[in-house]
Write a protein that binds this ligand. Structure first.
Ligand code: FES
Length: 355
């Protein structure tokens, strides 16, 4: 294998990141330690719990996109790290675990995702299963480094050998004995983490903002347990997994045609992005992302199908309607978050921020 992943030169949205180390966390999980590009370091600023989209050579000769959560924290000075666990029969995870080595380069989209706490100073309850620990570890480290609250982590695994980050979690507990409590749940000893059993373990922490990431049945069980305990849905944040159906690296440029631009009175949008405010005409029926890209604004996106959250922004004035939303939850919507790739305007003037 060459030092670089094969593929075309990166476009404006993608960056080549050098793999500086590969760490075997368990028999079937690897952490890639990545070097942010010097000329694009600001594009790789991230919030705890976000993910990177990696470009992999696909089995059919075309490229494939896979999203992996960052295990590192933006508050500890550590390099970017993504952790990948093999999925039986999964092309992307096995390719990464088998083929990627230190010195290789990967083509990567900037961090994205909404599975991130709005306040690091509050007490947090984190529930993870298997490789779902990855974004949860990022949140825990960030809260401990930059926040003031307590963190309780319930971490479910098949057995002791499948516990990812065991040593790092132990070190964190030793460093923050008054603020971090890790409750390991081993199925080999305690059985499956079903709702009835989880409720007992989670009951003392129900007043907290809660983040849940893991296999679907485990997240369902955790949510059911929390709801049974009276935790309102808006306090339960679940990481959503999605598959990107298209080639997000080689999407054609969106067209905002004259016909669309001249149809009806349209809207004016004031869009704050990277410290600049862009005022653009927003034709009715056209999604915001297309308007911004056509205007030359370097707005973030990945799937353009309402499934990944890379284009998330917030409405500060006016109203929009989303055509499709597979990823934002009720809490996100209540806080004004929308997907730029799916938002069409409903009012004459709309204010948007990406901060
Ligand atoms: S780009 Fe993926 S949801 Fe908008």
């Amino acid at each position: 294998m060459s030092d670089s992943v094969p593929g075309p030169a990166p476009g404006a949205r993608t960056h080549r990141l050098r793999v500086v180390d590969v760490v075997a966390e368990t028999a079937d999980a690897r952490t890639l330690v990545l070097q942010a590009p010097e000329d694009g370091a600001d594009r790789f600023a991230y919030r705890p719990g976000q993910f990177l989209t990696l470009k992999l050579p696909g089995a059919d000769g075309r490229s494939a996109a896979r999203c992996y959560s960052l295990a590192s924290s933006p508050h500890t000075g550590e390099p970017l790290k993504v952790t990948v666990k093999r999925v039986a029969g999964g092309y992307g995870s096995n390719w990464v675990c088998d083929r990627v080595a230190a010195g290789h380069e990967l083509e990567v989209l900037p961090p994205a995702g909404t599975f991130t706490p709005s306040d690091l100073d509050t007490d947090l309850l984190l529930v993870a299963g298997g490789s779902g620990i990855t974004p949860v570890l990022s949140i825990a480290k960030s809260a401990l480094a930059a926040g003031r609250g307590g963190v309780t982590l319930l971490y479910a695994n098949r057995d002791e050998g499948s516990v990812i980050f065991r040593d790092e979690l132990r070190r964190l507990t030793e460093a923050h004995p008054d603020r971090l409590l890790v409750i390991h749940w081993l199925e080999s000893l305690q059985g499956l983490p079903v709702a009835g059993r989880l409720a007992g373990a989670l009951a003392p922490y129900t007043g907290r903002e809660t983040f849940v990431c893991g296999p679907g049945p485990m997240m369902d069980a955790a949510e059911q347990a929390l709801r049974t305990l009276g935790v309102p849905g808006e306090r339960i944040h679940r990481e959503r997994f999605f598959s990107l159906s298209g080639d997000v690296f080689d999407l054609p440029a969106p067209a905002v045609g004259e016909e669309s631009a001249s149809a009806g009175p349209g809207t004016t949008a004031d869009v704050e992005l990277d410290g600049e405010t862009h005022t653009v005409a927003w034709p009715q029926g056209t999604v915001l992302l297309d308007v911004l890209l056509a205007a030359g604004v370097d707005a973030p996106y990945s799937c353009r199908e309402g499934a990944c959250s890379a284009c998330t922004c917030r409405v500060v004035t006016g109203e929009v309607k989303m055509l499709r939303n597979e990823i934002l939850d009720d809490q996100d919507l209540a806080e004004g978050y929308v997907l730029a790739c799916q938002s069409v305007p409903l009012t004459d003037r709309v204010g948007i921020t990406y901060t």
